[in-house]
Write a protein that binds this ligand. Structure first.
Ligand SMILES: O=P(O)(O)OC[C@H]1O[C@H](OP(=O)(O)OP(=O)(O)O)[C@H](O)[C@@H]1O
Ligand SMILES: NC(=O)CC[C@H](N)C(=O)O
Ligand SMILES: [Mg+2]
Length: 479
């Protein structure tokens, strides 16, 4: 394991995978992480257990670059967990690569987390006051510390006790010398699915990871559920009183891969329907529909189907630049956006072009792309977002923590239209987004966490409330 405490340069929704009872567990985890690369591009790590020892490798960078070669010799064992990181709490740095690990009295415990905890700062302070020494600056580590300090005997009791103390969004996979553990937060903000491969079990953020390794989808882990996978099979426990689930809508809009199935719905088909609905709500008098690749493609296709206007690839995407929104710095995001998209003049020149993207967050992508399309000779440029205006920050695993950086939070529609320099601008409505998923929004208890669009947060925001009190939020001297 590499521990470089001097390397804290800011280089930079995470993806998680766990495999139990398979002779090539690390290889399967690496393949699963590869399928989940779109959820985090900053760093990746795998921890295995071979019956005697834990093995761990953690790298900055992508899965393909980090986990090639003879993986089962480097990371032997029939049980493994892995993580792709997109940082939301704790800077990108070697110390902040997951899985994180602790030696407990009778076993090691490795943990990987997708999501973000909304009381991690408060808990961290409490734990430090009690003598805890933190090895990272991530929110995730409070769970490791709480499990390590629990007075309970059984591992599942320790884990559930820790989960009852934390708040926010999470899907976890954990590994001990006997068990693979999976858990989702009380409302199921972040996703986690269970699959089967031969005699073995798989946990993964999305079904596309199961498909990649040839595992059969069994079911989603439910909101508030803890699963313990051991030689005895899968046991299910409830860490919280039952309540309705409220998964994050942004999984449908942007995060999940289009070939994944979420709550029994194809993400691709939901995005296509978002395009149909957008065309009904916000039609445009144009010659051609052009998607903003990649995540805007299915909605643009849907818009074209609904409106009858031809769909054309007017923007070509470089396959060597990843997702830009999930890069950790504004400079990095802007640099990547410039390299990522190129205009296809043969489609754009002299045309009235409608650009369709899945979302407009900070406006970085739209601003650049509109100018690029104009420079390529488009006569008019119109823009549609297949999600509603994003006016509120997210604290559950999407890195948009302040209102100040959200374009729609600070500008009227007309101001945005001017800023983006488009002839017309339109967004999908909240009800339209729900309709695309096939649900009518329940005003008193929304079926999805739609806080980015509506301000309805499904949990308390302990750290954020304290911050509003004017306190300086420095997570650690290491950060
Ligand atoms: O308004 P912004 O702050 O620019 O963020 C929104 C953009 O970021 C995402 O694309 P990204 O490049 O991350 O991934 P993609 O290739 O999957 O579309 C999203 O699809 C929008 O295009
Ligand atoms: N995007 C995520 O899921 C991040 C997980 C965790 N909060 C971290 O920063 O590493
Ligand atoms: Mg995009």
């Amino acid at each position: 394991m590499i521990w470089d405490h001097d390397d804290d340069k800011p280089r930079e929704e995470c993806g998680i995978v766990g495999v139990f009872n398979h002779p090539e567990a690390s290889l399967l985890v690496a393949l699963g992480l590869h399928a989940l690369q779109h959820r985090g591009q900053e760093a990746c790590g795998i921890t295995t257990y071979d019956g005697e020892k834990f093995h761990n490798e953690r790298h900055m960078g992508l899965v393909g670059e980090s986990f090639g070669g003879d993986l089962t010799s480097r990371l032997p064992g029939s049980a493994a967990i892995g993580h792709n990181r997109y940082s939301t709490a704790g800077k990108p740095a070697m110390r902040n690569i997951q899985p994180i690990f602790a030696d407990l009295a009778n076993t090691g415990f490795a943990l990987a987390h997708n999501g973000n905890l909304t009381n991690a700062v408060a808990l961290r302070k409490e734990l430090i006051n009690k003598g805890a020494i933190f090895q990272s600056t991530m929110d995730t580590e409070v769970v490791l510390q709480l499990v390590a300090r629990s007075g309970r005997r059984l591992m599942r009791e320790r884990v559930m006790e820790a989960l009852q103390a934390v708040e926010g969004g999470y899907a976890f996979v954990g590994l001990t010398n006997k068990k693979l553990i999976g858990a989702r937060d009380p409302v199921g903000l972040r996703p986690l699915v269970l699959g089967k491969i031969g005699q073995g079990w798989v946990l993964a953020s999305e079904t596309c990871a199961l498909d990649m390794i040839g595992a059969e989808f069994i079911r989603e882990i439910e909101n508030g559920e803890v699963v313990i996978i051991s030689e005895d099979g899968v046991e299910s426990y409830r860490a919280f009183p039952e309540r309705p689930e409220s998964p994050c809508l942004f999984e449908y809009v942007y995060f999940a891969r289009p070939d994944s199935v979420v709550q029994g719905r194809s993400v691709y088909q939901v995005r296509r329907r978002m395009g149909h609905q957008l065309a009904r709500e916000n039609p445009a008098d144009v010659d051609v529909i052009v998607p903003v690749p990649d995540s805007g493609v299915p909605a643009a296709l849907g818009f074209s189907e609904q409106s009858g206007v031809p769909f054309q690839l007017g923007i070509i995407r470089s396959h060597y630049v990843g997702r830009t929104f999930i890069e950790p710095t504004q400079l990095g995001r802007q640099k990547s956006i410039s390299k990522k998209h190129s205009p296809n003049r043969s489609v754009l020149e002299g045309k009235r072009v409608l650009l369709v993207d899945d979302s407009i967050v900070r406006g970085n992508t739209s601003k650049k792309i509109v100018q690029m399309v104009r420079d390529a000779g488009a006569k008019e440029v119109h823009l549609r977002s297949a999600s509603p205006p994003i006016v509120n920050p997210d604290f559950y695993g999407i890195d948009m923590p302040t209102k100040g950086e959200l374009l729609a939070s600070n500008n009227s529609l007309e101001q945005m239209r001017n800023f983006l320099n488009v002839e017309t601008l339109g967004f999908l409505s909240v009800d339209g987004l729900y309709a695309s998923i096939g649900v009518k929004r329940d005003m008193s208890m929304p079926q999805f966490s739609d806080h980015c669009f509506t301000g309805c947060y499904p949990t308390r925001l302990v750290d954020q409330m304290q911050e509003e009190g004017g306190k300086d939020r420095q997570l650690s001297l290491l950060d």
